[in-house]
Design a protein around this ligand. Structure first.
Ligand code: NAD
Length: 252
């Protein structure tokens, strides 16, 4: 029970890594505020987490909207009395476009969700944590935040590198205030996002598995376990770190 008694926000909780993390957090005893634009999926995750034995509520939240994000964070205060942990995970891959053919719309959309969204969440979460005694935040970057990937995803790659810079800046600003801020960098994880890459013909399952030295894809739960640990007191001396959860992808 790494997170017993803690209150946690998870964004992108309707699907994939966010849902997997919600289930891991629930099993570790966290009470949950779940944000996503997908209402049906978000309610489904809240129901599953509640059935796993914790309190969980879904708040429809577009992470690109400051007022939505503020309302989501306020819910943690109003319903559970504060905020201990946050997993800022909502993200999109955007259209696959070679750089020379890529559009401003793709750049704007991807960076609005993946980078501005994380910044908006951090801003509201840190403000509440400063009032409620500190906490731990994890942002979702990617192996594409640590190295380049040649798949026509330049805006995505830039946004995920940006998440790491943002994580480090926030970690340093609040290091003495009892707020830790880290990033995780998943490799290939079997989720709806990954399945869209398969449908778009970007990679096959076999190719994606082979990108990782362990020769398999990861699961949302494996990422969730890492995030739960980074949010727990067990990782109390770790801040400003970008942790690969990637089966060895960036070790090569
Ligand atoms: P997913 O598509 O299964 O889940 C993403 C979730 O984010 C969805 O529920 C979606 O509705 C939500 N979302 C999208 N835009 C939003 C917005 N504006 N506001 C709120 N929610 C929004 O994808 P996933 O694979 O679970 O991805 C989760 C995170 O992990 C993303 O940040 C992604 O970039 C990152 N990531 C995924 C992989 C992978 O292989 N799957 C690898 C590295 C990093």
């Amino acid at each position: 029970m790494l997170l017993e008694g803690k209150v946690a926000i998870i964004t992108g909780a309707a699907s994939g890594i966010g849902r997997g993390a919600a289930m891991v957090f629930a099993r570790h005893g966290a009470r949950l505020v779940l944000g996503d634009i997908d209402e049906a999926g978000g309610e489904e995750t809240a129901k599953a987490a509640t059935e796993a034995g914790t309190e969980a509520l879904f708040v429809r939240t577009d992470v690109t909207s400051a007022s939505d994000v503020e309302a989501m964070v306020r819910t943690a205060m109003d319903r559970f009395g504060g905020l201990d942990c946050a997993f800022n995970n909502a993200g999109i891959e955007g259209a696959q476009q070679p750089l020379a053919e890529s559009t401003e719309d793709t750049w704007d959309q991807v960076n609005a969700v993946n980078l501005k969204g994380v910044w908006l969440c951090l801003r509201s979460e840190v403000a509440l944590m400063l009032r409620s005694g500190g906490g731990a935040i994890v942002n979702t970057s990617s192996v594409a935040g640590l190295v380049g990937i040649p798949f026509g995803l330049s805006a995505y790659t830039a946004s995920k590198h940006g998440v790491i810079g943002l994580t480090k800046a926030a970690a340093l600003e609040y290091a003495t205030a009892g707020i830790r801020v880290n990033a995780i960098c998943p490799g290939g994880i079997r989720t709806a996002m990954f399945d869209r890459a398969l449908s778009a013909g970007i990679v096959t399952v076999e190719q994606a598995a082979a990108l990782q030295p362990v020769n398999r894809l990861g699961t949302p739960e494996e990422v969730g376990q890492t995030v739960a640990w980074l949010c727990s007191d067990e990782s109390s001396f770790i801040t400003g770190h970008a942790m690969a959860v990637d089966g060895g992808y960036v070790a090569r």
